[in-house]
Every structure is written in C-alpha cells, then in structure tokens.
Write a new protein. Sequence first.
Length: 514
Amino acid sequence: MRPRLKFELDLEHLPTDVELLHTLIRDFAAAYDRLAHQMLEARRRQYGRKAETISEAQLGLFEKQIADRLAALPDLPPKPEVKKDPPKRHGRRIPAANLPTVHEHFDLPEGERFCPGCHAGLKMIGPESRRVLDVIPPKYFVRVQTRNKWACPDCGEGVVTVAFPELPVPKGLATASLLAHVVTNKFTDHQPLYRQSMIFGRHGLDISRSTLDDWVAETAYLLEPLHALMKEMVLASKVIHSDDTVIAVLEGGKRRSRPVKKKARIGRFWTWVGDGDHPYTVFTYSPSRKQEWPVQFLKGWKGYLQADAYPGYHPLYKSGVKEVACNAHARRKFDECLILEPEKAGAALAYYSRLYEIEARYRGRPPEEIAAARQMYSAPLMADFRNWLELQAAMALPKSAWAKALGYALRHWQGLTAYLEDGCLKIDNNAAENALRPIALGRKNYLFVGSDEGGYRAAILYSIIVSCKRHGIEPFDYLKDVLGKIGNWPARRLGELLPHVWKAERQEGGPLAA
C-alpha cells in the first residue's frame, strides 16, 4: 500500500516551485522514515531481541553526548555495597532437604559374601549412600464415604445419623481437592480444560470438558464474595496500578435449530494492583475497552492511579484522581527508534538510565527518604531532559517515529514527572504489566474464553491465584482449604479467608474453623 502524502506527484509534470519541492521532499522523507521504522521494528520483533536492554558500553558512549549537560547536576551518592549471593554450584544439584525422604537398603545376599580371589568370608567395612530424585504421578481414586444409621428398637422411629462432610458443589462428585487441582492447573500452570480432560482420560477417568467447565464455574461462584472483598482492599490503597490486555471471546449458538458458526470478538482483562499496605491484585473483565469500565471500578475512589496513556482514564483524572504516567512506556518508544536514530535515541536512553539508577540506589528506603532523593537528583535531571526533548522536537522530521517518541514524552510530561512528588509512587507501571503475565501465558494455551460470563469467572480465579502468589502462598493449598469451608462460612467472618489472614493463621499453627 502506498504511503499517503500531502501532495500527489505527477512524474510527467514535475513542479518547478522551490517551496513546493521542499515540501514534497520533507513529505517523502517522513513517509520513508515511517515505513523504514515499521519494517525494521517488525524484523526486530520477529528475529531480534525482545528485552529492552542496552549494554553499559553503549550507554557509556551515549552518556558522553550529554556529559556537558549533566555536569551541572548534583552528583549521585556513592553506590552502596551490595552483598553478592554465593556463586551457584555447577554440576549435579543436591535434592532439596525439605522433600519427604524414603530410605532404601541394598545388601549382598549371604551366598555372595566371599572374596572372589581367595574365597575368604567378607567383612562389612561401612555403608555408602546416595541421594536421587523420584516422583509418584498423581493418583485419582474414589473415596467411598459410609455412615451408620441409628434407630430406636422399641418404637422404630427417630433415625439418627451423622452428616456427611459438605462438598463444595452440593450433590457433585468433585471434592475441594479435585476442584483446586483443576483450577490450579488452568490458571497457574496454563493447562486448558480440554487438555486436562485428556490427562484424566490417560488415568482412566472419563471427565468431559463441559464437566470441567461446570466445575470451574461453580468454583468461581463460591469465591465471588472473596473477590469482592479483595476489591475493597485494593480500593483502600493510596496508589493503584492499572493496565489491560485483550482476550478473544467466542460468540455463537443456534438459530432456528441450525448451528451458527462461532466468531471471535475482543474482550478485555483489567488488572488493579494495590499498594504495599493493601497487597492484593484484582482482575476484572469487560466486553469492550470503553471508558465506563475503569470509571465504574474506581467510582468514588481518590488517590494516585499509575497507568498508561489510555484516554478512558481521563474522566477519573477530572474527578480528582491523580494521574501518574509510566516512564517505561515513554522509554520504550525511544528504544524502538534506536535503529534509525542511534545517537539521539541513545541519548534519551542515557537519561533514563540515570533516572533508573537513582531508583535502584534508593529502592527499599522509607518513602520520605525516596521523595527527598528524587527532589535532589531526579527532578533536576528530568528538567534538563525536558529541555533536551524540546530542542530535539524543534528539529525532528514531522510524522517520523522519532518525532512521535518525542511528542509522546512531551504530551504526557506532567504524568511522567508525577512520581517525583511522593516516595510511595513508582517510576513506571511495571507492577501492572507483570500482573498481566499469567493471562498472556494462559491465552497462548487456551486461546479464548467461551463467553463474557467465562471471562468474568476467569477474572475472579486469576485474582485469587495472583494474590496468593503475591503473599507467597501455594495456590493449591489455599484453594483446597478454602473451597472446603466457604460454602458454610459465616459472612461476617469472610475476611478470615483472605490470603494474608489465612497465611498468618497457619504460621501461628492454628487452622481456621467455621
């Protein structure tokens, strides 16, 4: 497809006006730059490096270009000494000491305990041991539960018996352990339900994909109150990180008793990452990317929202939510220009290298100390960076990739520098992007959700799984325990089943009881 130009060039009748020719040349140069950038970026994504990294040697060359500008800025304090972990051992690894151990003993039969040379009797000189790893594949079994019935021998009335343990799904076949197994396999290990059905079949179980889908739906329904409580925890945060990603949604069914071919449309998963005082990550699903969905989730909330430049957040900013933009997004656009504009893009990356170095040196410090360091070191650097960007923008070729990178940074400058005012804020939105990784990995395997309801259920279960990981909890252990209780758990004590409370109870050695 031909690039669109301001002027259509007639090769048979070339213009002679110098000003018009200059305009045509600039227009052609911009179109060439744009197409060359698209081609090189496509080749890099397909064949080149994926990580947005740059070697220290390259950065050293680029920093020399801005050395004079940075000379007037305050010097960074000396880098603190970091204790390095001992080097990892090479060769065979020793099995973990916390694994269950099974002892086996091997010995010579009595008839072979003689010397092969002189035939004298052998004497034991000591044992020799080795450690090896072994595995027992998952075993599925039927648990037959029997109870005795008691009745009065005189009147024959008043039959009494003990109640069977409650199942998560009434009148169902799956125990809490099996439901936890299916959910963990799909939402932690990214095993689609059709693949799990095949695995069950290899073990002799005939469990259809539709049955597994029903089990996942029932599990999400049971955990829905916990999802709502996690949402309240996130909304109590001072800072929330947000991002979204796409998911294919199937549509179809029957029309006049004839099957209709299913077509995929695009739905959205949103992530909402609470701050350190409210360490929960909540996912929501929406059938579109309309602004009503983030506005609905954050309705009435006031605080710092760290997100990308999606225009749908603007009503929130107008209502009092404070915008914090993502410097990783701005840096990424300069990184994409590194092939066509190595010197200029490299200088921009050198600025960001210095900014991220400041963040690394003060990571983990109290928020007040981080804010003071940013005002002393980062704020002057950002001010000089903006002056440099404005100078480059005045000389950049319009509509080129380099001009777009400069324009993005300058348009969102207020949000990009907002992190300087509070030590609780981050320089980028990587927390939300990292939270979306399980969904990105999962959709490579299960490809789509079957309906909007399926997307809603997946959001609930992803919230539970990712929040468990954030608290250092094994998702299977948590789900197995909670699914066995939540059906009869008092609503007023629902907070006791949140992952951080659940974990604290087990560390103290006392399991929760309904």
